[in-house]
Design a protein around this ligand. Structure first.
Ligand code: FES
Length: 160
């Protein structure tokens, strides 16, 4: 018999969040792009772990959600195609490489965060479907990517 979840279709709102697709549409290493409540989000599965992050880069509105994935000391980052900012897909932290003087030379040192700049969202998988709950601005502090998150033509805003 068909379970309840099997009949949930893409775009449908449930208590788990909005269904963004079947689990099979997001294999390991894959990603899904979705627009939820006027907000563009990217859902990724990296080494089995799901994450969801604003697709539009906080820096200057670039297509972060299309960026390559890079591993920074075990942290999985999207690299924005425009200016190569590295953003943690799980936390939204923006990383930079600290510089150090070694033997009179300036060399790249440890990767450090200069804060959560990109908003991440709750994502769950249940009964072969993937669901996203877009973070509500009224309950959370503003994140820089909020400024670019919305389709201007949509007219919808969660945050001020
Ligand atoms: Fe993404 Fe500049 S717009 S790094």
């Amino acid at each position: 018999p068909r379970s309840g979840a099997a009949s949930v279709s893409k775009g449908q709102k449930t208590e788990l969040g909005v269904c963004v697709g079947d689990s099979t549409s997001l294999p390991d290493g894959g990603r899904l792009q979705a627009k939820i409540g006027g907000r563009y989000v990217t859902v990724l599965r990296i080494e089995g772990k799901l994450s969801c992050i604003d697709s539009i880069c906080f820096h200057a509105g670039g297509p972060l959600g299309l960026g390559d994935i890079e591993d920074l000391d075990g942290k999985k980052c999207l690299v924005c195609p425009w200016h190569f900012y590295k953003i943690d897909v799980c936390t939204g932290d923006k990383y930079y490489q600290g510089m150090e003087f070694k033997d009179g030379k300036l060399v790249g040192g440890e990767w450090k965060s200069n804060g959560v700049r990109q908003r991440t969202h709750e994502v769950v998988e249940a009964d072969g479907k993937i669901y996203v709950k877009v973070a509500s601005g009224s309950a959370t502090e503003r994140v820089d990517s909020d400024g670019y998150a919305f389709d201007a033509s949509c007219g919808e805003r969660i945050l001020n």
